[in-house]
Design a protein around this ligand. Structure first.
Ligand code: MLT
Length: 411
């Protein structure tokens, strides 16, 4: 009989967001009349903007005609999409990329998991705590960890606590590692890293021969000047970093699916013989074998995000979500609930009232306020006692949720 991958059995709980959905479903079947407000998973609520929708439709219509039909596309994505991303998203930051360094994909969740294919299992990995659970769980799944210990950490993985004391920005790993996951603006804490902080990470990675896996999925939500949108704004980063970006939150593509990964040619690893080898070549080889590219209409829609009209429309929605973030952050802070994030990211990281555990607060919030959020401990042990609210809701719902929380726990 075929053996299973036993590493999956090391995972303690189901994936965080399906577990939340399960609890919410249970609650709604018992309370069908409760008007639930969902500020849990960071899923967008606004529809695709007109310019993007138009390009999407045109892409579909192209498929209906013989002379504009598209079958298999390039596994790396169409050049016209990579090029518009380079021109519109990177060049204004002072970052020059080559077309073959940008790989279009069906999202950065998949890419940040799939990237492990091109790294040796013996590499030591450092991740934040709390952290986007994909980084942790996928390393467990491939067998890079031992069992979970009684503190909630997997043996063999190196954790970098992100706490109020360090401003939710991790200190360098406590031991030598080969791969470092960084996510800024951060999911779940909503905090950002300054240029100086990122420079310190780049210097550290180069000095220690480590690769940074930089998740920039929320860069479009940065509102303050001087906060880097890309790790490649830091000198030397092309030698040590892979960057993930996503259209999901930026342009409402959570259901449409499109993202990108930048693997610079300058980024090298070592072979078993100690020779240098290009990660770009490996990722290209991996994608050509395991991926057939993103559908043509989706890529047309993604390219339209960067048209003048498309960007203006997308930006308006980003501003709408960030106004939600302000309403949550300021509303709850004024009521005496300690809040972090929400200025350069669509997430508010709050301290649970009355020292409740994250899951106790989740249950109370659901049962008594009919509001769904995400328990901080679901992102890692250092998230215990914290709670994440997403700013992607409809305005009226966000205002009602804040009101209900204030009435219940405000001081
Ligand atoms: C989240 O809520 O953390 C995100 O929506 C998850 C994701 O992007 O996969």
């Amino acid at each position: 009989m075929a053996r299973i991958n036993d590493n999956y059995l090391k995972l303690q709980a189901g994936y965080l967001f399906p577990e939340i959905s399960r609890r919410v479903k249970e609650f709604t079947s018992a309370n069908p009349d409760a008007s639930i407000i969902r500020l849990g998973i960071g899923d967008v609520t606004k529809p695709l903007v007109p310019a993007v929708l138009k390009a999407f439709h045109e892409g579909v219509d192209d498929l209906a005609k013989g002379d504009s039909f598209h079958g298999y596309g390039p596994e790396q994505g169409y050049d016209w999409l990579s090029q518009v991303i380079i021109d519109k998203a990177y060049r204004p930051l002072g970052v020059e990329l080559k077309n073959n360094e940008v790989f279009i994909s069906d999202g950065s969740k998949c890419d940040s998991a799939n990237i492990l294919d091109i790294f040796d299992l013996g590499n030591k990995v450092a991740i934040g705590d709390p952290v986007y659970p994909v980084y942790n769980d996928t390393n467990v799944m491939v067998g890079r960890s031992g069992q979970i210990n009684d503190k909630g950490y997997y043996e063999g993985l190196v954790y970098m606590p992100c706490t109020e004391e360090n401003g939710f920005t991790p200190a360098f790993p406590s031991e030598k590692v080969d791969i470092i996951y960084l996510c800024f603006p951060n999911n779940p804490t909503g905090t950002v890293a300054s240029k100086e902080q990122l420079k310190a990470w780049v210097d550290y990675a180069i000095e220690n021969d480590a690769v940074i896996l930089f998740d920039a999925a929320y860069e479009a939500f940065i509102t303050e000047a001087d906060i880097p949108h890309s790790i490649y704004e830091i000198e030397g980063a092309k030698k040590c970093a892979i960057e993930f970006r996503s259209f999901s939150k930026t342009a409402g593509f959570t259901g449409v699916r499109c993202g990108l990964t930048v693997v610079p040619e300058e980024l090298l690893g070592t072979t078993a013989n100690g020779e240098k080898y290009s990660f770009n070549k490996l990722w290209n080889r991996r994608q050509c074998t395991k991926f057939n590219g993103v559908s043509y209409p989706v890529q047309k829609a993604a390219a339209a995000v960067y048209s003048d009209e498309g960007w203006a429309q997308v930006k308006e929605i980003i501003d709408y979500y960030m106004e939600n973030a302000r309403i949550i952050r300021e509303g709850l802070s004024a009521a005496g609930i300690e809040c972090f994030g929400g200025v350069n990211a669509p997430y508010i990281w709050l301290k649970t009232p009355q020292g409740m555990t994250s899951w106790d607060f989740f249950d109370k919030l659901l049962n008594e306020c009919f509001v769904v959020g995400t328990p901080g401990s679901g992102f890692g042990p250092s998230g215990e006692g914290y709670f994440r609210l997403s700013a992607f809701g409809e305005r009226a719902n966000v205002e009602t949720a804040v009101q209900r929380i204030k009435e219940k726990w405000g001081k």
